[in-house]
Design a protein around this ligand. Structure first.
Ligand code: 13P
Length: 262
């Protein structure tokens, strides 16, 4: 039984003070005994702040049901890599997850599959759980290349890794055309692609291993549509951008998923 994971990816939003404010608000919602119990049992809660706000967020949520993740890492322990942050540093500040290969980093920062493969390996080496993002462009979707392209992204990023990766890996299927556009994939379309991603994992690592991997949908997820995705058999969570910037709407989504899975 896979525990769903709802993750807010804050991208380049929020100062440390704003992160602390969000944390306090989210924790005050969680304080209600019944909701805390329900959520801890039913949903894993994760927030990925920018690096500068990560220590403040992790400190404010330490010892609670709210986990912290990085949005990126550089695949070395330390060294002369100006502007970069290592997995060791993320871990030391309280991160337990890290997003790898978000389409914004692939497209804007030019990250390659080879680099992402190194990043996944570095995350695992330092005990961070990777959230590997895959997703197609609108042109690729129109040409009917969605599944083949996304499966190729998985194969490249996971190259050289054995079945044990399935113990910690989270995959996020984020169609690029659905990110920040208000235009989301239908739950059925997302399910169809995600089932094919799981099939690739099953072919590569075996069905039992593939059944362990949580696969999220991301792209214009909000309180009104989150339950529709999570009701699908292969969708195990959501990676949320805009709607995860306010504690109130993040909370609404957590409640909607907890209610669905109760
Ligand atoms: P939006 O939810 O703002 O579409 O962003 C999705 C995303 O990129 C999460 O990583």
């Amino acid at each position: 039984m896979r525990k769903p994971i709802l993750a807010a990816n804050w991208k380049m939003y929020k100062t440390a003070a704003e992160a602390k404010e969000f944390a306090d608000q989210l924790l005050s919602y969680l304080q209600e005994q019944s909701s805390q119990y329900l959520l801890q049992e039913q949903v894993e809660i994760l927030v990925c702040p920018p690096f500068t706000a990560l220590p403040a967020f992790a400190a404010a949520t330490k010892g609670t049901a709210v986990a912290t993740g990085g949005q990126n890492l550089y695949p070395r322990k330390e060294g002369a890599f100006t502007g970069e942050v290592s997995p060791l540093m993320l871990k030391a500040e309280g991160a337990s997850y890290v997003i790898i290969g978000h389409s914004e980093r692939r497209q804007i920062l030019g990250e390659t599959d080879e680099l992402l493969n190194e990043k996944i390996k570095a995350a695992l080496e330092y005990g961070l759980k990777p959230i590997l993002c895959v997703g197609e462009t609108l042109e690729q979707r129109r040409r009917g290349e969605t599944a083949a392209f996304c499966r190729g992204q998985l194969a490249a990023a996971l190259s050289g890794l054995g079945p044990e990766v399935c113990d910690t890996l989270v995959v996020a299927y984020e169609p690029i055309w659905a990110i920040g556009t208000g235009e989301s994939a239908s739950p059925q379309d997302a399910q169809e692609t995600i089932a094919l991603l799981r099939q690739w994992l099953a072919e590569t690592y075996g069905p039992d291993e593939a059944a362990k991997v949580r696969i999220q949908y991301g792209g214009s997820v909000k309180p009104e549509n989150v339950a529709g995705y999570l009701a699908m058999p292969d969708i195990d969570g959501a990676l949320i951008g805009g709607a995860g910037l306010q504690a109130a709407s993040f909370w609404q989504m957590l409640q909607a998923v907890a209610a669905l899975k109760a």
